[in-house]
Design a protein around this ligand. Structure first.
Ligand code: ASP
Length: 324
């Protein structure tokens, strides 16, 4: 069906107005739904014996990871290669950044290699936007500081749509996000996306990890009580304590945190029948999530990782081919 298939061409055309994917600003509900439909087509490709199509032949995708990643980088590279694009990879670790080269000079060097699209992860919020101003290539944000991680939110919403039994739309659905909300770009992007799609989001964590301003958005509520957050939730997402972004001690003790905020099988009983358990990874078992819950039949954590590939295939295809 690829390229030029009717559903793919149609959905890609609908989402072709944006050059970059930096966050969900400027995205409409229909744009997102079209992207999820394109993902369905890509998911079919990933079920074939030969998981490769020529859709992006001739395009070069640069993955620029200034911060560590396992799932996101691998899945973008898989998504690019499954569509026959060439991939050049940059990781800050072994680069001249450690010799003091500035971000701009680093980009200038990479840009000389002439990629058509960059996938950028950076510890500084706004870095992908800055890179988008410096290059003519397209930019996809793969996580910037605590600000945004739009492709993670898209794969979360896609997984929910694909796996929630009897899914009949996002309106009236409730996503509970529990844990270190303060340092989480995943939480911020999911709030933006799920409310755009018409769902409600409940954010839960200790006072020190739950910024009050997030509760100001329409469709979002905050609570410090996990049982209250899980009540009637259709999906429950646990978040890791992101110690690498914490600048001071924000927790009284890990034992108390586990006792008050761990998502457990027992606590899941308050959720809606058929509620799904989600986690963006990496998981710290038995801290934010009861270990056994990660492997429960209603856990879709592995599906989230697997769905990362077709979601990112759809994003690359839509931005590159849709914009031509
Ligand atoms: N992998 C996600 C991120 O990059 C979540 C996490 O690191 O806890 O933000």
């Amino acid at each position: 069906m690829i390229p030029g298939s009717t559903p793919l061409a149609e959905t890609a055309a609908k989402t072709s107005r944006r050059r970059h994917l930096l966050d969900f600003e400027g995205w409409s509900r229909d744009d997102v739904l079209a992207l999820l439909d394109t993902t369905d087509v890509m998911a079919q490709v990933m079920q074939r014996t030969i998981k490769k199509v020529p859709a992006l032949q001739g395009f070069t995708i640069g993955t620029l990871f200034f911060e560590d990643s396992t799932r996101t980088r691998l899945s973008f590279e898989r998504a690019a290669r499954a569509q026959s694009a060439d991939v050049i990879s940059f990781a800050a670790g072994g680069s001249s950044l450690s010799k003091g080269e500035s971000l701009k000079d680093t980009l200038r060097t990479i840009d000389a290699l002439q990629a058509d699209l960059y996938v950028v992860r950076h510890q500084a919020a706004g870095a992908p936007h800055q890179i988008a101003r410096w290059t003519d290539a397209l930019v996809v944000n793969a996580g910037d500081g605590r600000r945004a991680h739009p492709t993670q939110a898209l794969l979360d919403a896609y997984t929910f749509r694909a796996r929630f039994e009897g899914f009949d739309g996002f309106a009236g659905k409730r996503l509970a996000i529990v844990g270190d909300v303060m340092h989480s770009r995943v939480a911020r992007s999911n709030v933006a996306l799920w409310t755009l799609l018409g769902a409600e989001v409940v954010l839960c964590g200790p006072r020190t990890l739950l910024p009050a301003e997030l509760g100001q958005a329409r469709g979002v509520t905050l609570t410090h009580r996990v049982d209250e957050a899980l009540e009637g939730a259709h999906a429950v997402m646990a978040l890791r304590l992101q110690h690498e972004r914490m600048t001071r001690g924000l927790l009284p003790s890990l034992a108390e945190y586990r006792q008050r905020y761990q998502v457990t099988r027992k606590r899941m009983r308050a959720a809606h029948a058929g509620a799904l358990v989600m986690h963006p990874g990496p998981i710290n078992r038995d801290i934010e999530l009861e270990g056994a819950l990660a492997d429960a039949p209603y856990s879709v954590i592995e599906a989230q990782v697997a769905n990362g590939v077709p979601v990112r295939m759809a994003i690359l295809y839509t931005l590159l081919v849709g914009s031509r």
